[in-house]
Design a binder for this molecule. Structure first.
Ligand code: NAD
Length: 477
């Protein structure tokens, strides 16, 4: 499609038009058709408590990114417009009015003032099972972002074929600016406001950006006050509270399993390969250490504080220790040089792993990238415009919906263990994770080969087909 045609079709058009005209690449700078719609303006008063690093994301909403891939797949599957319309929005549209919950989270912080944060829980689709999806604490969380991430979970759980629907939640709070006590207050207050839509057979949260096992423990405890001890109400819990062995590392482990699978197809030798890690939190730090175990070398890494590069390699284990002790990547004393974020993105490497926010690989710098593979640890890190540029450069993209599914797969194992009150050892968890991830990659990759399309398009076809089939069989569509 020409640039003119892209611009023409992208002036904030509703999905109906796209279904008729075919999917197009959304322009960066659009926030999407749903921003704030019908929900009142989200409360942003508590968003940025201090100076933040300059945003490095594309100005396209996550919602527009996920919608783009859905429309492309729906068109290829020749999904009727009325059926596609059901999956285009969250469940509330045709089932009940309470599938997008927006709540106030008022918390008195250490400064003595009451801060009112905004909390969200969105349930996109539950045709294949209870809703499943993480909870994000980040100052930029808003309803649009949570919607996009909820929809992504619907397709992701279907692609890896575990019996869940898709949901997501979040609070627009910056956890790095809160004490542990304040964070606990936020978590308990939020849980209290949304507990009616949660439960082990209803909707099961998990960690995402800015949340961790401790936050899940508070959530479980708060839920338990109202419903009795219910460990299966949330996953990603600490081991001491019926968490699963292997859950903390699971997303990073799954990311690395994907590159091992892909390596066979694209003549990449993980031992000796170079990689760049954008984001060094749960996903990034685990993926980096496991890549290093395979013999790969980290030549660049960033977190929100800045980026560093070193041709001879930056030790992922030592960096993880430094970060665990409260250090910032930019201050890591390893002989690596400090670089800016655009330089990080343009570093020459075999594998570039985005593991931070959505929209961080955008058309502003995609043409400068010098990697062979993009392995999407983050959700929606690549905008559709950047994806097109990278495809033209023959960069092999392993999309988020399979690459980072390891976390929800082991969350599923945790839920199963909790329901049975029976614990598996770590080896069993990792073996089962490997089986599911390999199967998912092979199914998606063979579909891509059969239809002559890329992995992302193929993954969406596989996922959407499964959800549509479940919805049809239930009699929803
Ligand atoms: P996290 O909060 O543990 O870590 C996020 C990292 O990104 C931190 O190092 C942070 O400093 C960095 N970061 C934030 N803004 C940045 C910026 N502007 N530039 C560079 N780095 C920046 O979060 P996480 O759990 O590792 O999640 C990371 C991504 O992976 C998110 O997109 C999340 O949705 C996705 N994901 C996480 C899981 C999981 O199990 N945790 C599962 C699937 C997908």
């Amino acid at each position: 499609m020409s640039d003119e045609a892209i611009e023409e079709s992208e002036k904030g058009q509703a999905a109906e038009e796209q279904a008729a005209d075919g999917p197009s690449v959304p322009q960066e700078g659009e926030s999407g058709p749903h921003s704030g719609e019908g929900h009142g303006a989200p409360d942003k008063s508590a968003r940025r408590t201090e100076e933040e690093p300059a945003p490095r994301r594309a100005e396209i909403s996550n919602y527009r990114i996920v919608e783009h891939w859905f429309h492309a797949a729906a068109e290829r599957l020749e999904l009727p417009d009325d059926v596609a319309a059901v999956f285009r929005s969250s469940y509330r549209v045709f089932r009940s009015a309470y599938r997008e919950v927006q709540v106030q989270v008022p918390v008195r912080l250490g400064d003595g003032r009451l801060h009112v944060f905004s909390g969200y829980r969105v349930q996109h689709n539950g045709a294949r099972g209870p809703y499943k999806g993480g909870i994000r604490f980040h100052p930029e969380v808003d309803l649009d972002e949570v919607r996009a991430l909820a929809e992504l979970m619907t397709w992701k759980t279907a692609i890896v074929n575990i019996p869940y629907g898709g949901a997501k939640g979040g609070v627009n709070v910056d956890p790095s600016k809160l004490s542990a006590q304040e964070l606990e207050e936020v978590t308990r207050s939020f849980t209290n406001k949304i507990e009616k839509v949660l439960g082990p057979q209803r909707d099961i949260p998990a960690p995402d950006m800015g949340t961790n096992a401790q936050v899940m423990a508070w959530l479980m405890d708060e839920f338990g006050k109202l419903h009795g001890h219910t460990p299966a109400c949330v996953t990603g819990k600490p081991i001491a509270l019926e968490g699963s062995f292997g859950r903390e590392a699971a997303t990073g482990r799954g990311v690395v399993q994907m590159v091992r699978e892909a390596a066979r197809e694209i003549e990449l030798e993980p031992a000796g390969a170079t990689f760049v890690m954008q984001g060094f939190g749960n996903v990034g730090a685990w993926a980096a250490r496991l890549m290093q175990e395979l013999g790969a070398r980290m030549v660049g890494v960033a977190d929100a504080s800045g980026a560093i590069a070193g041709k001879d390699g930056i030790d992922a284990e030592k960096l993880a220790d430094h970060v665990r002790e409260g250090g910032r990547v930019a201050d890591f004393d390893s002989g690596a040089e400090q670089i800016d974020h655009d330089e990080l993105v343009a570093l020459e490497c075999d594998v570039f792993i985005p593991a931070a926010l959505g929209g961080m690989i955008h058309e502003g710098h995609a043409a400068d990238m010098q990697c062979k593979v993009i392995l999407e640890g983050a959700n929606s890190p690549t905008t559709p415009a950047a994806d097109r540029i990278l495809r033209d450069k023959d960069v092999y993209i392993i999309p988020d919906v399979i690459a980072n599914a390891g976390g929800v797969v082991v969350s599923y194992f945790e839920w199963v263990q909790n329901l049975q009150h029976f614990r598996w050892d770590e080896r069993e968890v990792n073996d089962k994770l490997g089986t599911i991830m390999r199967r998912a990659y092979r199914e998606v990759s063979s579909r891509a080969r059969d239809e002559g399309i890329d992995l992302r398009e193929a993954a969406y076809l596989v996922g959407i087909e499964r959800v549509v089939e479940a919805a049809r069989t239930r009699g929803y569509v």
